[in-house]
Design a protein around this ligand. Structure first.
Ligand SMILES: Cc1cc2nc3c(=O)[nH]c(=O)nc-3n(C[C@H](O)[C@H](O)[C@H](O)COP(=O)(O)O)c2cc1C
Length: 210
């Protein structure tokens, strides 16, 4: 583990496509991705990213399933590690795991609430708690609308604890013409937060100044 390692949590909020695009970016940047999907992330992914005909036949194990969902450059498969969210003893749970940053994308209000209040009963929430206590960057790409008072208060509490709240709210001033353009905007914002340039690897480039 090193500055070349990034922990990526995927939760059951809408926006699975953001996770796919961001992980692709990290792998193309020669970083190692430690992926922690929640059980609900799996449900939402099936809803948003797969049609019945595209679903793999039979029950692949979770690592194989999640790897098959990502866009992995040639020769980089070993740089995508997938963990079970139930495996609270896995390496990212420890404060000694020196990741460059952790990004939860997309981040549900459920996971936000847990992170905001120090609940660490899963690998994802424990890894987030470890980042906060070690003062490592933690970016929560929250997705919900409208926001309840509890959601708003939880965002403040998470920010006070040291997390960055990055709403999955694309802008339109760069005149996106398709979904890739909207996704690229959010992925670029996440990359900015962890010190990466985000080139156009998801098929979108705007001519407009940002
Ligand atoms: C299709 C679908 C879309 C959802 N979208 C959101 C969402 O955008 N934001 C959110 O906070 N929860 C959303 N949920 C609800 C979460 O999946 C649910 O609260 C779950 O408990 C989150 O668990 P997790 O944080 O462990 O992933 C959605 C659920 C489904 C089935």
């Amino acid at each position: 583990m090193s500055e070349g390692d990034v922990i990526v949590g995927i939760t059951g909020a809408s926006g699975s496509i953001y996770a796919q695009a961001f992980v692709k970016e990290l792998l193309f940047e020669d970083l190692t991705v430690h992926l922690i999907p929640t059980a609900h992330a799996d449900v939402v992914w099936r809803n948003e990213m797969e049609t019945a005909g595209e679903r793999p036949r039979g029950e692949a194990d979770a690592t194989t399933r999640w790897r098959s969902r990502m866009i992995i450059p040639a020769g980089r498969l070993e740089h995508l590690r997938v963990y079970a969210d139930t495996d609270v003893a896995a390496a990212p749970a420890s404060g000694t795991f020196r990741a460059r940053a952790m990004v939860v994308v997309p981040c549900s209000m459920n996971t936000l609430a847990k992170v905001a209040h120090g609940v660490a009963d899963t690998l994802l929430t424990r890894a987030a708690a470890a980042c906060l206590k070690e003062r490592r960057p933690l970016i929560l790409v929250v997705r919900e609308t409208p926001l309840s008072l509890a959601d708003l208060r939880n965002q403040v509490a998470a920010a006070e604890a040291g997390a960055t709240i990055l709403p999955a709210a694309p802008a339109f001033y760069h005149r996106p013409t398709d979904i890739a353009g909207l996704v690229h905007f959010i992925v670029s914002k996440i990359c900015d937060q962890i010190g990466l340039l985000c080139p156009d690897r998801i098929g979108y480039r705007s001519d407009a100044a940002e």
